[in-house]
Design a protein around this ligand. Sequence first.
Ligand code: NCD
Length: 305
Amino acid sequence: MADVAPYSYPHRHLLGIEGLVPGEISALLDLSESYVEQSRRDDKKVAVLKGRTVINVFFETSTRTRTSFELAGKRLGADVINISPDISAIKKGETLLDTALTLNAMRPDLLVVRHPQSGAVHLLSEKVDGAVINAGDGWHEHPTQALLDALTIRRRLGGLSGLTVAICGDIMHSRVARSNIHLLPAEMDRFGVEVFHDMRAGLDGVDIVMMLRLQTERMQGSFVPSVREYFHFFGLDARKLAAARPDALVMHPGPMNRGVEIDSDVADDIHRSLIQEQVEMGVAVRMACLDLLTRKLQSNRAEAA
Ligand code: NCD
């Protein structure tokens, strides 16, 4: 159980999947399993982070990620505070680094940061004393999303090895795709990544279809002629899904745009869609990340003392 977790995570921050080795990923997923059980109990709390302060700093909107980091921190007994641009001095022109230094002065143990610019979270991590978790930076990485996706697949199919996963849609603007591409081939130790421009060819015989949102907020100009046309060519519906294995599973990190990248019939198919399970796994994975990073912080502080 979490209280006796012997595994020692070797990094101070969690900024991306790139840089993690397969053993570290497995250890994070193994610890997450125990937090899935914990989160299904009536009493969901353990005191692993008692007395610690977690600040969620989100410079971009979020429902799932922010809420699940908040719940994860609270289930571990931490004090959790949320900051967003609408209610903070960021709106008054404060720079990212000044915001970081201000928050740092309040001695948080962990900062969970989402920012529209790739690399911004890394920059911030160099200026603070606590541990930093990247909750999504621009087009770059979203490590906890890839971890929760892996946990979801592992629990449903018993493992990750030997599977073919089709990541579909707006790959270019997707930090979810990039983190998954770092994680999945590393864990599956075969093939790497093949690129397709035709959905049916790309879905042929795959085990998992992971759909991505069309991220218009990151586009300058128009990348697709119309939403209708996009759905026609790239939206996942039952007809396109028929190219995958008959028992293929469907995933989506959310927020979903129904009728744009995914049809409701597929998204709501209780036999094939893992979308709600992904959300549940998100809390457990974030509990594991907060737990391991706090332990690391503690051992770093003990060494420095
Ligand atoms: C993703 C994100 O923010 O990158 N969402 C999430 O964290 N669940 C994907 C997206 O916004 O489309």
